[in-house]
Design a protein around this ligand. Structure first.
Ligand code: ZN
Length: 592
């Protein structure tokens, strides 16, 4: 199909930083600023005039004078790692010579600063936190205000063994599962499902929260893990939490990008944002991903979702920080997250990121329409923004920047999921932006200390409560023979942005199967909380008039009865499946 986009770009540039949040001395406060022009630096012999630390790490920070929307857009279009953007300046993290040459092509006035002092300070801070963590295990007075009392960032191993520990401690409420595909390096991507009677699926509405789409955004692993502990330890005493655990399913994926997190957390390449992809279509080894040459490579996992894939705010260049990958869902981590969305009827999702004091919702690209259900969607966004201390809240382009192929787009256009991205632990500069000292994680969790009134815990509780609210989803009720399996399904096609391949501009459609299953309880009555069958159009502010197919099958998998149901958000419909063949009379299992 040949397409030409006539839609008008309404990118307005990133808003000035929210000045409420603390700014600590970073690269420019601690280190000497080396004023130079990048044109010189880019062509200098390797190491000739660069500080040793920079030669070793490949890292430097450039402060770039850019003003005006067009100039800022030109800079963003280079795909550089822009870590801060004000009305007059941008801070760009340079990962190596390629970045230097790319920035030099813009001919902006640039000052490059050494990051060695800040890196040294960060390494010392991590070591001090690790020592305090060791001491805390035997001295409770050292505990932080977090549910676990932790005072240091988890390793991936620690997070995974804690997930197993939660399952051991709360076997009736926690199920740890592997997502459908492993990471590029073959590491399992673990999720937790938390609900009362977790083995008896009863069609409760689902809320999803995730961490570490981006490897260096360490606080997001902490928030999701702490929230799991919080919920399980307070189930018995906190009525709000108990009601939610009883009436919904909480799904947590703490590390969407486990390979990238290991590279960053083990400080092999601490500023790594993307996954381990080194060459399109090829599976790298750990050594290849950890090699200094691979530092600027990888796919930005939050640009690899299929809906509007390849559009503005994403790059085809493998060294760009917002590289979208070779194709929609080309990365196994994102194929796995998409499978999760397609099999779990996720009503509301919060995908945690750092660090810019924003609360984002779809649209994220100027090619998108205003959502038909914008009042409901934005109303919830505003509640979350308020819980985070009145942070700028709204569509990505209005409060942040343009992006394509992000989680919120996938959720909305394929599934009808109401998705949000909070940009957490703001207020730091230079390399500390993405994972500041651990005390800031502690403060952000409950909205105390450096972040008074800005609580990710409260935002997660509000989003989770919204998933339970019948106005945010649809309900199917009816009777059917006890113990039989019911399936709800829909085939949808989701389009990329227009992309040019072989000289022709076209959209790339992806065909997705959305399907989930329950077993009818002993009562023979079911109440199934699902997403609406009506689906947001990618072209205009309307809902597509689609239907679910609800079916029952015999044990051989043959469909006995299939009913089409058209249902909108906030509606309840009764369906008659009483003539399905009776199932085997055995205890109700863990059908999904
Ligand atoms: Zn991020």
């Amino acid at each position: 199909m040949k397409l030409s986009s006539t839609r008008h770009s309404r990118w307005a540039g990133a808003s000035p930083r929210n000045a409420r949040w603390p700014r600590r001395a970073g690269a420019f406060g601690l280190a000497a600023v080396l004023s130079t022009t990048l044109a010189t630096a880019a062509t200098a012999a390797p190491g000739s005039e660069q500080p040793a630390s920079e030669a070793a790490t490949g890292l430097a920070i450039a402060r770039v004078q850019v003003s005006g929307t067009a100039e800022r857009q030109k800079l963003m279009d280079l795909g550089l790692d822009v870590i801060d953007l004000t009305s007059t300046h941008a801070e760009v993290l340079l990962h190596g010579e390629t970045d230097r040459a790319r920035l030099a092509s813009g001919n902006w006035p640039v000052a490059v600063s050494d990051v060695s002092a800040q890196l040294t300070a960060m390494t010392a801070a991590r070591a001090a936190e690790d020592r305090r963590e060791d001491a805390r295990r035997t001295d409770p007075t050292l505990a932080s205000g977090l549910p676990t009392g932790r005072v240091s960032y988890r390793t991936l191993d620690e997070a995974e063994s804690e997930m197993r520990e939660l399952e051991r401690r709360y076997p009736d409420k926690v199920k740890v599962f592997e997502l459908s595909r492993r990471s590029l390096l073959g590491h399992p991507i673990l999720g937790m499902e938390i609900t009362s009677d977790v083995d008896t699926y009863s069609g409760k509405p689902a809320f999803l929260t995730s961490g570490l789409h981006h490897a260096r955004e360490w606080p997001t692993l902490e928030f999701t893990m702490e929230f799991a502990w919080d919920v399980l330890e307070n189930y018995g005493t906190d009525r709000r939490i108990r009601n939610l655990v009883d009436s919904t399913r909480l799904i947590i994926v703490p590390a969407v990008n486990p390979d990238g997190y290991r590279i960053s957390r083990e400080r092999i390449h601490e500023m790594k944002r993307k996954n381990c992809r080194v060459a399109a279509g090829a599976v790298p080894t750990w050594e290849q991903c950890a090699s200094p040459d691979a530092a600027p490579l990888g796919v930005d996992l939050n640009r690899n979702y299929g809906a509007f894939w390849g559009g503005p705010g994403s790059s085809a260049s493998p060294t760009a920080e917002n590289h979208h990958g070779a194709a929609p869902y080309s990365e196994p981590e994102i194929a796995a997250m998409t499978d999760l969305l397609n099999s779990h009827q996720v009503v509301v999702a919060v995908n945690n990121h750092t660090p810019d004091a924003r609360l984002l919702r779809a649209p994220s690209s100027p090619l998108e329409p205003v959502p038909a259900e914008v009042a409901l969607y934005d109303g919830l966004a505003q509640q979350l923004g308020t819980a985070l201390g009145d942070w700028p809240t709204g569509p990505w382009p209005e409060v942040y920047y343009v992006a394509s192929g992000v989680a919120e787009q996938q959720g909305l256009y394929a599934n009808g999921t109401l998705g949000f991205t909070p940009e957490l632990t703001p207020g730091h500069s230079g390399l500390e932006r993405f994972h500041p000292q651990y005390q800031y994680v502690v403060d952000q969790y409950r909205g105390v200390g450096a972040y008074p009134g800005s609580s990710i815990r409260e935002a997660l509780l509000i989003a989770w409560s919204a998933a339970a609210d019948r106005r945010t989803h649809s309900v199917l009720t009816g009777s059917a023979p006890r113990g039989i399996e019911l399936t709800i399904s829909k085939d949808v096609s989701v389009n990329s942005s227009p992309v040019t391949r072989d000289g022709e501009t076209a959209v790339l459609p992806s065909d997705l199967r959305i399907e989930s299953t329950i077993r009818v309880p002993d009562s023979g009555r079911f109440e199934w909380h699902v997403l609406p069958s009506l689906r947001q159009s990618q072209d205009s502010s309307i809902l597509l008039p689609e239907s679910w197919v609800v079916s029952c099958r015999n044990p051989a998998g043959k469909i006995h009865r299939a009913v089409a149901v058209t249902i909108g958000r906030g509606e309840t419909k009764a369906i008659d499946l009483s003539r399905c063949p009776a199932g085997p009379r055995k205890p109700i299992g863990a059908g999904r």
